[in-house]
Every structure is written in structure tokens, then in C-alpha cells.
Design a protein around this ligand. Structure first.
Ligand code: DX5
Ligand code: ZN
Length: 226
């Protein structure tokens, strides 16, 4: 695990928007383009309506991503994440983000992520205020700010997120990675970066484009990111 990958500005391609019939090739393409943090969206059909993918897919990418010096960033959009997060750690996750809205035991869940040897992310839905991180500052390594409602790729960026990103940045210990997730594209990424985001999840703005390599280069250029 190379935690330096979470420092500075970086794009985290979300495989939710990829062609799952060619998942390995798509991940290779985006890593060849320069990506190192691969974002994996897990949905359980309860916390969010859709069911997406689980630990089997993390395990399937484990070797490929780590052999290329990469990082598996797992975003659990599941109820009671503390009950199954160990499966994701064992499958090769480097960071695991858990939603504050998904459990009455968020402190315990974050602690459990760290005990599994992973970096702990605290994820917030759009309706959850920045103040939700209060009292948890010692328990997470990063914050994931949802900039769309979780559950689906391809939604437009919620503009009000920028004020929340600024509020989070003010509250966060210096150097804490702040990940934005949802609707990140050539229009929304710049203002999100100005507000203090450092890690940019991008699904459809990369995998939805005919030329993935060019789309990655364009977004990385805009953000001066890796
Ligand atoms: C949404 C997921 C996102 C999603 C983003 O619930 O958490 O990671 O893949 O997709 P885009 O970039 O298409 O909004
Ligand atoms: Zn996500």
C-alpha cells in the first residue's frame, strides 16, 4: 500500500461506468493513461436501490491493480458496513469508505476499517451537513463527499456541493484527502478543486467517452492532477 497515492490531486476512475464485459481491459487502459486509484462502488439494494458489485470484483482486480502500483478505493454504499467490510479488506481494498448514514455505529465501523489494515474513509450524502464529521476527526483518514445522490452514475453534479466542500476543508485536519464523488467532469471539477477537493472520482466522464485515454488526459490536465 502506497498511501502517498492519496496525497495531492488525483483522479479516481470509477469502474461503475465501465464495460463490465471487458473490465480488466478497461482498468488497464485507464491505468496506462496514468490513473493509480481505482474506485469501486458497492451497492446493496438497501442503502441505495441498485445492487452493483461486491468483494468478488475487488478480488478479481487485486493483482492487476497492485502489480501496476495502484490502489483499490472501495466505496461501500451498503447498510451496516461494519458487518461485512472485512471481506473487502481481504479481497484487496486499500481504502474503504463507509457512510455515516448507513450505521448507528460509524465510529466503530471506521475503527474496524483501520483494524483491517485499510485507510478509513467517512462518506457523506448530499443531505448530510459538513458538521457530521465532528468528533470523528481522529477516526478517519479521508472524507468522501457525495456530489450526487448515491446509487447511480451519470447524474449531474449538485452545485451546492462546493459550499459544503469548502466547509469540510475548513474543518479537516491539514492534508486530509477530500474525495468528491458524482458528476465530476470538465465543468464541475475545477470549482470542486478550488473549494478544496483533492481526489476526484470520475465514472461517466471517463468511461462514457469514446476515447478513454484522451478523456483522462483532458481531466488530469484541467486539474493538474495525476
Ligand atoms: C454513485 C457512485 C459514483 C459513481 C459516479 O453512487 O458513488 O462513484 O460511479 O459516477 P459518475 O462519475 O458517472 O457520476
Ligand atoms: Zn463512489
Amino acid at each position: 500500500m502506497n498511501a502517498e497515492l492519496l496525497q495531492g490531486r488525483r483522479i479516481a476512475p470509477s469502474i461503475l461506468a465501465s464495460d463490465f464485459a471487458r473490465l480488466g481491459a478497461q482498468v488497464q487502459e485507464v491505468m496506462d493513461a496514468g490513473a493509480r486509484v481505482i474506485h469501486v462502488d458497492v451497492m446493496d439494494g438497501h442503502f441505495v436501490p441498485p445492487i452493483s458489485i461486491g468483494a468478488l470484483i475487488v478480488d478479481a482486480l487485486n493483482e492487476q491493480v497492485h502489480d501496476a502500483g495502484g490502489w483499490l478505493d472501495v466505496h461501500l454504499m451498503i447498510d451496516r458496513p461494519e458487518q461485512s467490510l472485512a471481506d473487502y479488506a481481504k479481497a484487496g481494498a486499500d481504502s474503504i469508505s463507509v457512510h455515516v448514514e448507513a450505521t448507528p455505529h460509524i465510529h466503530y465501523a471506521l475503527k474496524a476499517v483501520r483494524e483491517e489494515g485499510c485507510k478509513a474513509g467517512l462518506a457523506l450524502n448530499p443531505g448530510t451537513p459538513a458538521s457530521a464529521i465532528e468528533g470523528l476527526e481522529d477516526s478517519f483518514d479521508m472524507v468522501l463527499c457525495m456530489t450526487v445522490n448515491p446509487g447511480w452514475g451519470g447524474q449531474p453534479y449538485i452545485e451546492a456541493s462546493n459550499a459544503k466542500i469548502s466547509a469540510l476543508r475548513e474543518r479537516l485536519p491539514e492534508g486530509t484527502p477530500l474525495e468528491v464523488d458524482g458528476g465530476v467532469d470538465m465543468e464541475s471539477a475545477g470549482p470542486a478543486a478550488d473549494a478544496g477537493a483533492t481526489l476526484f472520482v470520475a465514472g461517466s466522464s471517463l468511461f462514457g467517452k469514446p476515447d478513454l485515454t484522451a478523456a483522462y488526459a483532458e481531466l488530469a490536465g484541467l486539474l493538474d492532477a495525476d
